[in-house]
Design a protein around this ligand. Structure first.
Ligand SMILES: NC(=O)c1ccc[n+]([C@@H]2O[C@H](COP(=O)([O-])OP(=O)(O)OC[C@H]3O[C@@H](n4cnc5c(N)ncnc54)[C@H](OP(=O)(O)O)[C@@H]3O)[C@@H](O)[C@H]2O)c1
Length: 349
């Protein structure tokens, strides 16, 4: 079922509701007038005790919701969801999505399990053989502002990565203006919640506080999905450098680009306006005005600004998002709204 009768709410389940992105999803869905959260899940063994919804999501001020139960397919199916959000590790999403689809529910996956179209890329970038390679060509890469009718009624949506969202939203409007062969360099910095709630030494307070570092150069998993969505070959001169910023939330990407012909502020403004004039969650700043993290943290928006350099032959483009919202949960809800024909801003404004 895709178009629903207006009186019936979309029945929603969240796997990974005890994680950072899953928690954000639960908060957004609780405020969504056309969705009803019917079940939420943690990992854990089947006999672990359920966690009360109000304790899991104190931000909702005690609002009612289903307890988080240890995940099992039987429990999920018993709740009869129309759509299941997967806010789970990549391999978990890859394992559970085919069963959920077979039960008739749709899947919106926040992990990377269905973002790449080529099965052979999974061992290389994700370290596992994909258990459901046939689904990779069906999954819609849910960079919402750049997807049209293909989202409507889709069975399987692969929500883009957080870094990828910030870079692609900034780069796609000017892609046709770039000088062939000149490198595009993307320096992106992310708050630590981008790594989820895992407790590695690298994410401990003493390692992060007062520190700042680049990591994953040339091997970060978001690079192939960016190349794929931009239509760039693995050899194209595209450089992505992620950095870990000692703050909790937010991604700021600084893109360095060169144009085939000199650009004016008006021409670039028009290129961004063509892409985003009618979109509710991407705001483009006037030429020369660059957005900051605090402009978007806690919001479902992306903000983009640019400065022209060298007589208009080059530009620096800056893009900011909240990694847990536009980079994960709010974009997933935007995608659900598109899939089910709800207003795009429902639950998000
Ligand atoms: N963090 C971000 O900014 C961000 C942005 C975009 C996409 N993502 C992607 O979204 C997914 C979730 O990320 P996150 O940062 O929210 O992770 P997280 O905070 O580490 O939470 C992971 C969630 O998955 C559950 N889980 C783990 N193993 C499971 C299993 N085998 N079966 C069922 N549930 C299981 C965990 O349950 P327990 O609480 O019981 O451990 C927890 O609820 C990841 O794939 C990540 O790459 C994250």
């Amino acid at each position: 079922m895709t178009e629903q009768d207006p009186g019936r709410k979309t029945r929603v389940a969240v796997l990974g509701a005890t994680g950072y992105s899953g928690a954000e999803l639960c908060v957004l869905l609780a405020r969504h007038s056309r969705a009803e959260t019917v079940s939420v899940f943690s990992s854990g063994n089947r006999d672990a005790r359920p966690v009360p919804f109000a304790r899991l999501h104190p931000l909702l001020g005690g609002a009612a919701g289903p307890d988080a139960e240890p995940f099992s397919n039987e429990r999920l199916e018993a709740s009869r969801p129309d759509v299941v959000f997967l806010a789970t590790p990549n391999e978990t999403s890859a394992e559970v999505a085919p069963k959920i689809l077979a039960s008739g529910a749709k899947v919106i996956d926040i992990s990377g399990a269905f973002r790449l179209r080529e099965p052979a890329d999974y061992p290389k970038w994700y370290g596992f053989e994909h258990p459901a390679p046939a689904l990779l060509s069906e999954a819609v890469y849910g960079l919402t502002e750049w997807r049209g009718e293909e989202l409507r009624g889709a069975r399987l949506v692969a929500n883009p990565g957080c870094y990828a969202t910030s870079v692609l939203l900034a780069l796609k409007p000017v892609l046709g203006l770039l000088a062939p062969g000149e490198p595009v360099v993307c320096d992106s910095v992310s708050g630590v919640s981008g790594a989820g709630k895992k407790s590695d030494l690298a994410y401990s307070f003493s390692e992060l506080d007062g520190n700042f570092k680049a990591y994953g150069v040339g091997v970060h998993r978001h690079e192939p999905e960016m190349r794929q969505d931009l239509g760039l070959s693995p050899e194209a001169p595209f450089v992505f450098v992620p950095h870990l910023l000692p703050t909790v939330r937010g991604i700021l990407s600084t893109l360095h680009v060169a144009f085939a012909r000199p650009q004016t502020p008006e021409a670039l403004t028009a290129a961004f306006a063509r892409a985003y004039l009618a979109t509710p969650f991407v705001r483009v700043r006037p030429a020369g005005e660059l957005p900051e993290l605090r402009d978007v943290v806690g919001t479902p928006r992306a903000e983009i600004g640019f400065a022209l350099l060298h007589g208009g032959r080059r530009a620096v483009i800056v893009s900011v998002i909240d990694n847990l919202l536009k980079g994960a949960a709010s974009q997933a809800v935007q995608n659900m709204n598109r899939v089910f024909g709800h207003p795009e801003t429902e639950g998000l404004s």
